[in-house]
Design a protein around this ligand. Structure first.
Ligand SMILES: [Zn+2]
Ligand SMILES: [Zn+2]
Length: 105
């Protein structure tokens, strides 16, 4: 989610270009789904090393293609662990690969 410190960056031309370059490199496909053999269009570009007020002015982190990966919405949520809270309350958990597993076999 965009935070105040990164608001300007996410509205910059530099980010628009870097985002586009990452999508082209990844063929507009979710790289996490692709690794699992699934073809899913990417809906966003994720920063592997999360942006912080300390690195927001470091172009290698903010726009370096090595730090960017195209993901679909679902994989992005899983990557950030946003889906975790709700699922674990129902006896579900994520393994180290981000796959949903049931704790009550
Ligand atoms: Zn995906
Ligand atoms: Zn992200």
């Amino acid at each position: 989610m965009a935070k105040a410190f990164s608001y300007g960056f996410y509205h910059s031309t530099a980010w628009a270009n870097a985002r586009e370059s990452a999508l082209i490199r990844d063929n507009h496909l979710c790289q996490r789904c692709l690794a699992a053999g699934e073809i899913t269009p990417a809906t966003m570009v994720h920063h592997k090393e999360e942006l912080t007020p300390a690195n927001i002015h470091d172009p290698n982190i903010t726009c370096g293609l090595d730090n960017l990966v195209s993901l679909c919405d679902r994989c992005h949520k899983i990557t950030h662990g946003w889906a975790r809270g709700g699922a674990t309350r129902q006896g579900l958990a994520f393994d180290s690969d981000g796959n949903l597993i049931c704790l009550h076999e």
